[in-house]
Design a protein around this ligand. Structure first.
Ligand code: GUN
Length: 287
């Protein structure tokens, strides 16, 4: 079997088009332009690429984009003061602090200082609690993008066996909550899971989010399963720099029913969902 490719790039373009329409309506009917502030502390090269891409796409859908680039040595109190200023800025509806932060900054403290209504990453403890109790919240962008593609592919996820590989706060845990919300039977597998290949082989849906290049081989996959690959790993192969996921695409695509490629799968959906969350935050703030 050759897996159907789930085209995240095309899906994301569709989401951005809908967001642009929503932005245009907010402008026409209410005279409001949604605004997203992105805060980057330090010079992590991968973070700089993401932030540039976020800013560009924010403007492309008609929203206001503000970037705050702070020195790697920035003090916690200065960062908290900036967040307080953004929390109180009526033209800013979404605030994203790019992670990871330099070691001297307390990530939990910083994230929890963002107004939860403007927390477009969905990382604030209030949003985590709201999501886990099935209440209206801001939903983390990467898992939201994965869920949208899964719903589109399957229609209804109810009763399906889902295995999420990875237990991060950014992807693994919220992904499991979202799948549970759609009535999947959910297992979270991680580095200490015993007989992980047997656990993964039971799954109708596999979401791989561990950050280990090509960790999942084809013989872990149930024939016909849907595989969502969240990994974005840079490796050297045949003397070339290559981007690969957490699943071994060559072998997994021969067994799975459907698969997201890397690049062009989950990655583009993450930023599209960030834009969608920002427009949602703006719409909620304005009744
Ligand atoms: N670093 C890697 N992924 C993310 C994300 O989704 N949000 C933020 N704020 N930082 C990240």
């Amino acid at each position: 079997m050759t897996a159907q490719i789930i085209d995240g790039k095309a899906f994301a373009a569709n989401v951005r088009e809908k967001v642009a329409g929503h932005v245009a309506r907010l402008k026409e009917e209410h005279g409001i332009t949604p605004g997203l502030a992105v805060v980057l502390v330090g010079e992590d090269p991968a973070s700089q690429v993401y932030v540039r891409s976020k800013g560009k796409q924010t403007v492309e859908v008609g929203m206001k984009s503000v970037e705050h680039k702070l020195d790697a040595e920035t003090s916690e109190s200065d960062l908290l003061a900036l967040i307080d200023q953004l929390n109180n800025d009526d033209e800013i509806h979404g605030i994203l602090v790019q992670l990871p932060l330099p070691k001297h900054l307390d990530e939990d403290l910083v994230i929890n200082s963002i107004n939860p209504a403007k927390d477009v990453d969905g990382f604030h403890i209030s949003n985590v609690g709201l999501l886990s109790t099935g209440q209206k919240s801001m939903v983390p962008c990467t898992p939201l993008g994965c869920l949208m593609m899964l719903r589109d592919h399957h229609g209804n996820l109810s009763g399906l066996d889902a295995v999420v590989i990875g237990r991060s706060n950014i992807v693994g845990k919220p992904m499991a909550q979202l799948l549970l919300g759609d009535s999947c039977t959910v297992t979270i597998a991680h580095s200490r899971t015993k007989d992980i290949e047997d656990v993964v082989r039971r799954a109708d849906i596999v979401v791989a989010a561990v950050g280990r290049p090509e960790m999942v081989p084809g013989d872990w996959i149930k024939p016909g399963a849907t595989v969502i690959d969240v990994g974005i790993n840079r490796i050297e192969r045949d003397g070339k720099n290559k981007l690969v996921g957490d699943v071994d695409y060559a072998s997994v695509s021969g067994v799975a029913g459907a698969i997201t490629p890397v690049p062009g799968g989950v990655g583009p959906m993450t930023i599209a969902c960030l834009l969608a969350n920002t427009v949602t935050a703006c719409a909620r703030a304005n009744g």
